[in-house]
Each structure stands twice: as C-alpha cells, then as structure tokens.
Design a protein around this ligand. Structure first.
Ligand code: HEM
Length: 411
C-alpha cells in the first residue's frame, strides 16, 4: 500500500490525528516532531472515530507509565470508553486492546504469578538446539525457491520461519509446526474458516500439553507444565498461546526489517560485501528506528493524574509510543546515527511487562537473517517493499528480492 505523506496528516491539525495514519506516515520522525510541537511528550490521538487515547512519546514519560502499575493498569476493564459502551464489542481495536485473562491483561501479584513461568521457560531454552532447528527451517524454506532466482522474503520466509521456530521451541515436531502454520493461516485469512483455524491452533497446543505431561522434553511446553505457579490446563494453554502469538508477528517483522535494512542502507550493504555482516547492528538499528511494535496498547489510568504536562482522566487509555520514545530528541543530543551498540531503546518496552523473550528472539532473528544472506548468493532488492496497514505495527507486507539461482545447498 502507499503511505500517506505528512501533508495528508497535517490537515487534521486541531483535532487528534488517527493513530493508523501516524503509523503509516512516510516519515515517522517528522510526524512525531509535528505531534511533539503541538502536544509535547504526550499527544492526543484518535484510535477510531469517536475513540481517543494518549500517545506517550517521551522516553522518560513512557518509562514512568509502564513502571507505575498503581496508577496505570494493564487491565482493559478499567477503560472508560469500554465501560461506557463507546467502543463496540466488534471494534477492530478488540484483538489488541480488549481484556484477556492472561499475563498481558494482569497487574500486580497475578501478573507476577503468570509471568514467572514464562521467564523460567524462556531462560531454560537450549540455545544450540534452537539455533540448529532455526537453521534447518531456514534451509528448508530457501530450498523451495532457491532455483527460481526470486522470492518474497516476507510471505515465503520471515513469516513461516518465525512461526516454525516458535513451534519447535514450544516442543512441536516439524510436521506439527506445519499444521500450526496452516491453522494460523486460516485464523488470519479472510475466508470463513477463521474460527476453525483458531480451534485447530488451540487443539494442537492442547495436545502438546497432554503429550508433555506424559513424556517431558526440553521445551517451553514442558517447562510450563512443570511450573508450580500455573494452576490449571487452561492457564498452561493460555501461556503457550501468548508466547506464540506475541512472538510470531514481532519476530517476522524484525527479521524482514533487518533484511531490508541490510539490502538498502549503504552502512550495511558495504559490510555485506566486505564479509562483516553486522547483523546484530542491523537488528539493533531496527529496534531503535522501526521497532516491530511501533505503538503498543495500552495502559488505563486508575485515577485522575498528570503525565508529560497533560491531565489524564481516570479511565483514559494510554498507548506506548515505543518508536516515538526512541526518537525523543532529549535522549539524542548527538543524533540517532550514533546509537549503534547502545541498547537503551524501548523496543522491548520496560517495567514488569517488558518483553520476556529478548534473548531467544535475537537468536532466532539473527539466525534467520544470516541464513537468508548466506543461502541466497547475490541477494538484492528487486521491487518496492510494501507495508501492511495497522495502528500498531509497520510490518513489511512483502520484500521482493532477486538472487543467483542455485540448485544445491551453498552452506
Ligand atoms: C521479535 C521481537 C519482539 C519484540 C520487539 C517484542 C516486543 C514486545 C513488547 C513491546 C511487549 C510489550 C510490553 C509491555 O506491555 O510493556 C512485549 C510483550 C511480550 N512479549 Fe515480546 N517482542 C518480541 C518477540 C517476542 C517473542 C519471540 C516472544 C515469545 C517467545 C514474545 C513474548 C512476549 C510476551 C509473553 C509478552 C507479554 C509480557 C507481559 O505482559 O508480561 N515476544 N513484547
């Protein structure tokens, strides 16, 4: 899709800008600067017609927001627009914003109880095993199109590699991983079988939990089954669902953005040709400039309060402006160019809900980028990449590349 130029956004000055328009703007830094001029570090934005929220753009203000659970709750049942029926049950905001009885929707002691098993399971991941599995998955994907000389590295690579890596880390074998991929394709497809896809997705994971109770393995499912803090089959299942659904799109976005950067940005291109790939630098650069979650929902004010000079009313929704906070001019006195190697960005958020999967996510993403660059000789961008519209993410919808066709593995 084509993204609206800044001029299209500017004509709405005086009333809140739509969040989806901000996400899709051709220059995020310019759009944030415009918002900052008008509002300061906390801006009023429109989530859908008639539903507004605060976009927290200041680095310091965002950290204060996510660290203060006693004032800003993660539980969407505190959202005034939801309580008052302003947001309809079938709103497109539902999947990302409505309350879910899982780690994401919980605060305080309940959150910590549901979070401990995730932290423990992810910390126990065997890095060598994951790396080997991801390498194999990437080679199998590349095998499908290597003879062709061209591919779309989102549709044919990053999306499936991300899901299959998470499936295998969870404990599914490669065939079950493919079944999970097929179920997700139905779930997110536009056809009538999306409910069926959802049921299949949960059924595959429920079966895995039963299998690991009987025969433990070295995987996320086993770690969750054995953790004393999870009290029921449903809590174990929801933990596994959250891990896979929170991880798939973000991982796919990170892999494809880093590949795009390495193919288009001269800083990385020259390293690519010189043999020093700088993949970790590219991954960090993405987390600074175009983090997989551009805007993340949400916190809900439990009382009238103040943030960044704005009066926040009880029940207001506040959106985490992760990309905006990374670009906060107050933390970049020398400009963003100098930030390679510095990991104080907010791509993973902060506070008690900070992403628990940074280490395995980096391992998977690094391996997937490396395998594409090594496995596709002469790789280059051949068309215009496109982005998928969303208020929350700036995912590449496609990444068309060409390369020298090969018939046998080069690695
Ligand atoms: C690949 C890049 C990824 C990025 C940039 C990312 C980013 C984030 C962000 C911004 C949050 C929200 C934190 C908040 O509410 O303050 C989050 C939460 C979460 N992420 Fe990630 N994530 C990534 C990958 C993954 C992966 C691979 C997994 C699973 C294996 C995962 C599992 C989770 C979970 C379970 C939460 C909820 C944590 C909680 O509420 O306590 N993420 N992530």
């Amino acid at each position: 899709m084509t993204t609206p130029p800044l001029a299209c956004l500017a004509h709405t000055a005086g009333r809140p800008l739509p969040l989806s328009g901000i996400t899709a703007s051709t220059s995020l830094p310019d759009t944030y600067a415009q918002l900052w001029d008008e509002w300061g570090p906390v801006a009023r934005v429109e989530l859908e017609p008639g539903v507004n929220a605060w976009l927290v753009m200041g680095h310091q203000e965002l950290r204060a927001l996510v660290r203060n659970e006693r004032v800003f709750s993660r539980d969407a049942r505190n959202w005034a627009d939801w309580i008052n029926g302003v947001v309809k049950p079938d709103s497109g905001l539902g999947p990302m914003m409505f309350y879910r009885d899982n780690v994401i929707g919980a605060d305080g002691p309940k959150h910590r109880r549901l979070r401990r098993p995730l932290d423990a399971a992810l910390a126990a991941v065997d890095h060598r095993q994951v790396r080997r599995a991801v390498e194999r998955t990437c080679r199998e994907r590349i095998e499908v199109f290597r003879h062709r000389g061209h591919a779309d590295l989102v549709g044919e690579y990053s999306q499936s590699v991300a899901l299959l890596a998470l499936a295998e880390m969870s404990g599914l074998n490669p065939q079950e991983g493919q079944d999970l991929l097929a179920a997700l394709a139905k779930l997110f497809g536009s056809a009538d079988d999306s409910q069926e896809g959802n049921q299949q997705f949960e059924a595959i994971l429920a079966q895995l939990i039963h299998a690991r109770r009987a025969a433990p393995g070295k995987d996320l499912a086993t770690a969750l089954v054995q953790h004393p803090d999870l009290r029921s089959h449903s809590e174990i299942l929801q933990s596994l669902v959250v891990l896979i659904s929170a991880g798939q799109q973000t991982l796919s976005a990170w892999i494809s953005r880093a590949l795009w950067l390495m193919l288009t940005d001269p800083r990385f291109e020259s390293r690519l040709r010189g043999g020093r790939l700088g993949i970790d630098d590219a991954l960090d650069d993405v987390l600074w400039r175009d983090p997989p979650m551009t805007h993340f929902p949400a916190r809900y004010a439990l009382m009238d309060t103040e943030l960044g000079g704005r009066r926040i009313a009880r029940g207001d929704a506040l959106i985490l402006g992760l990309a905006a906070a990374n670009a906060d001019p107050r933390i970049h006195p020398a400009g963003m160019e100098r930030e390679i190697g510095n990991r104080s960005h907010l791509g993973w958020s902060a506070g008690p809900h900070r992403c628990p999967a940074e280490t395995p996510a980096r391992l998977i993403a690094r391996t997937a980028v490396e395998q594409a660059l090594h496995g596709l000789p002469g790789i280059r961008l051949t068309g215009t990449e496109s982005t998928a519209p969303s208020p929350w993410m700036r995912h590449l919808a496609s990444l068309p590349v060409g390369f020298t066709p090969t018939t046998s593995p080069t690695t």
